[in-house]
Write a new protein. Structure first.
Lengths: 240, 447
């Protein structure tokens, strides 16, 4: 009888623990999604607003230029110390509330935003990054040559009438790349992926025009096997 | 007593789990509806645009007024372009969209070509009218199929989410699905359109595979390995092993090379016919920059000369991450021949050439019979916009959009703080192309 009771207690405790952790996780994820941060390296309207407030309250004596540099960083830390907030030099929700600022809208990141534009022939920084993300998501663990080849396939698709005619159109075509479907594309690309993306944009194409690739260990479609394979690098077969 | 506590706790736990689960369910519903709405938006936009394409094409054909037909054709061009964007957003497998997508891309491009042609005052030929008519018929069929599909979607016989879930599983199973099947049907039966031969990026002539213009004997891997080692420098190479080879239109042997000094490893592709090095790729990272950009350009030029590529002049260069990439073009008498393009990458850390790409050169280079231009330089200069402050002028061969080559006068100059290159056809005086030079932090025109 005693052991049964103990078992019951343990079960209840476990159930409770799981429930509570679910709730905590839920709340956490909602907070993560909502929390907007303003930190070193950013620029934009919010930084401008922060600088104005800090200057008015004499925490900050630098220029009000909308750039979150060292001066702003120190001023924010000073403000946080005075107001009993966590001193980290980052303006989160609490610090912003203490300043009376609403961080609702996002501030643009350090690199600035790429303006939307048409056509597949631009090679701005944004494109290199997106291409590198695709390479990182699709060909992590593959040899360097295989990474360049994956990037080249994306670019070959842009030039092919059967596919969308922009890099973003090709990468985000539903179902085209598994890394997009499972969200791996959102990982930050490593240095090697960036280099491979840049090589492909510069015109290096080890596949000489391939528009498909697949991993024979994973591919289930009979159709893809019917494509003529031109090249095998690592786990990927490249085909036209 | 303890039983009551237990029951109470369990009830509380159950309620919490229930609430949590219900929240999750709501959130999931919300996501599903939102993504469904996006798919629907793309689909309805596609239907609307194909509708506009059909009416635009028929109007363009009966219009007697040149100005009016330009308006109609350019509208079709715009609508087809947007329609193919919409198509790319649908959660359908590529196989079922293949032909529809190609149809829309080519239609857009063909109408663009006709718009430009009509803008130059040249009337449409009989052949082009016939093509337009066939394209119109195809768009009518596509339109009907889409309308049919639209009504099925409206009746709720199938939702996009089901479809998306299925296409994630496998391409083949997805094609069992209704929408996919419908699209596959469109692919199989309806779209028969004319072979479009014109001066545009998606013309049929350009879709044909290109081959290397390299003569010579077929070589085996061992010979290719020797060529690769010589290319990088016999004294530098520590070891070589066979890498991936390519088959098909461009056949190459692959050689992986390791160097004594640790730079690399390198990958070299050597053509199976004639044994020419097609490309060299450095797989390792480069750090630091001890060499100056101008110096690197000299290294690249000398490298090409050592490899037997003479009369190559640098045309463009850029650098980032401790590497500089230079474009070289072949100089044939007074002409600079841009299709004969070779790229050389130089490490700014070690000062060694670490990349080479001659695919364009090997596909395009040939003996050319370049004649004296019919136009004089003075006459060509008069055709350039007077506001352009010309800084340099010369003869050039540029690649046409359909894989042809055009002999031009090249004028470089400045206007309103921007730099431009303008190409005037050396025979007809037509303005073939205008390029705006984007001066980024890392790229500079060398000439």
């Amino acid at each position: 009888m005693k052991t049964r009771n103990r078992l019951l207690v343990i079960t209840i405790l476990l159930t409770l623990f799981i429930c509570i952790s679910m709730i905590v996780q839920h709340i956490q994820s909602e907070r993560d999604a909502e929390e907007t941060l303003v930190y070193w390296g950013m620029y934009g309207d919010k930084v401008y607003e922060i600088q104005q407030k800090l200057k008015r309250w004499a925490y900050y004596d630098g220029p009000i230029d909308g750039y979150y540099g060292a001066g702003t960083f120190e001023a924010v830390k000073k403000f946080q110390r005075k107001n009993g907030l966590a001193v980290d030099g980052v303006v989160g929700n609490q610090t912003a509330a203490a300043m009376g600022i609403n961080l609702g809208t996002k501030t643009s990141g350090g690199g600035g935003e790429t303006p939307p534009s048409r056509g597949g022939d631009r090679s701005g920084g944004g494109n290199v990054y997106l291409l590198a993300q695709a390479v990182h998501g699709e060909a992590r663990g593959e040899p360097y040559l295989g990474k360049v080849a994956v990037a080249a396939v994306v670019l070959n698709r842009v030039a092919d009438p059967r596919f969308p005619n922009t890099i973003e159109g090709v990468i985000y075509q539903p179902g085209a790349f598994t890394a997009v479907s499972d969200g791996q594309i959102n990982l930050a690309p490593d240095e090697e992926s960036l280099r491979a993306a840049r090589d492909a944009l510069n015109g290096w194409d080890p596949t000489y025009g391939a528009i498909y690739y697949y991993n024979p260990a994973k591919a289930t479609s009979a159709w893809i096997w019917s494509r003529p394979v031109h090249l095998v690098i690592g786990k990927h077969h490249f085909a036209t | 007593m303890s039983r009551w506590i237990v029951t109470g706790l369990l009830t509380v736990a159950l309620i919490i789990t229930g609430v949590w689960g219900y929240n999750q369910y709501l959130e999931n519903q919300d996501h599903a509806i939102r993504s469904n709405n996006l798919y629907k938006k793309s689909f309805y936009e596609l239907v609307g645009r194909v509708d506009n394409i059909e009416s635009g094409l028929s109007k363009a054909m009966i219009s007697g007024d040149q100005g009016q037909s330009i308006v109609m054709l350019s509208d079709v061009w715009r609508q087809a372009d947007s329609a193919s964007t919409n198509l790319g957003q649908l959660p359908l497998s590529h196989i079922s969209l293949n032909k529809t997508s190609k149809f829309l891309s080519q239609l857009s491009d063909y109408c663009r070509y006709l718009t430009i042609k009509a803008g130059e005052g040249r009337p449409l030929t009989l052949e082009e009218m016939k093509n337009l008519k066939e394209l119109k018929n195809s768009s009518i069929r596509l339109n009907n199929e889409l309308k049919d599909l639209e009504s099925r979607v409206n009746k709720g016989e199938v939702t996009w989410k089901e479809l998306r879930d299925m296409s994630n599983e496998s391409l083949e199973e997805a094609s069992q699905d209704l929408i996919s099947k419908q699209f596959t049907k469109i692919e199989e039966t309806s779209i028969e359109y004319p072979t479009l031969i014109y001066d545009g990026p998606f013309s049929e002539t350009l879709l044909r595979p290109q081959k290397l213009r390299v003569a010579g004997k077929k070589i085996d891997y061992k010979a290719a390995e020797r060529i690769a080692i010589d290319f990088l420098g016999r004294d530098r190479v520590k070891s070589a092993e066979q890498g991936p080879e390519t088959q098909g239109d461009i056949e190459t042997w692959g050689v992986n090379l390791e160097t004594e000094d640790g730079e690399g490893p390198f990958f070299v592709a050597v053509s199976k016919v004639g044994g020419k090095v097609v490309s060299l790729i450095c797989e390792g990272a480069v750090q630091g920059s001890s060499m100056d950009y101008k110096e690197a350009e000299k290294v690249a030029g000398k490298f090409l000369e050592d490899k037997g590529y003479r009369n190559m002049v640098p045309t463009y260069g850029q650098h980032n991450d401790g590497m500089a990439v230079f474009n070289f073009a072949y100089e044939d008498g007074d002409y600079i021949v841009y299709p004969d393009l070779i790229k050389v990458k130089v490490s700014l850390a070690t000062g060694n050439p670490i990349g080479f790409e001659a695919l364009n050169y090997l596909m395009a280079h040939k003996e050319r019979d370049l004649k004296e231009p019919k136009l004089s330089l003075e006459d060509a200069r008069k055709l350039v916009n007077r506001n352009l402050e010309i800084t340099s002028e010369r003869l050039a061969v540029i690649p046409g959009k359909s894989g042809n080559e055009i002999e031009c006068f090249e004028f470089k100059g400045n206007f309103d703080n921007d730099s431009f290159i303008i190409y005037i056809n050396a025979d007809t005086g037509k303005e073939e192309d205008i390029l705006r030079i984007l001066d980024t932090d890392n790229g500079t025109m060398v000439i």
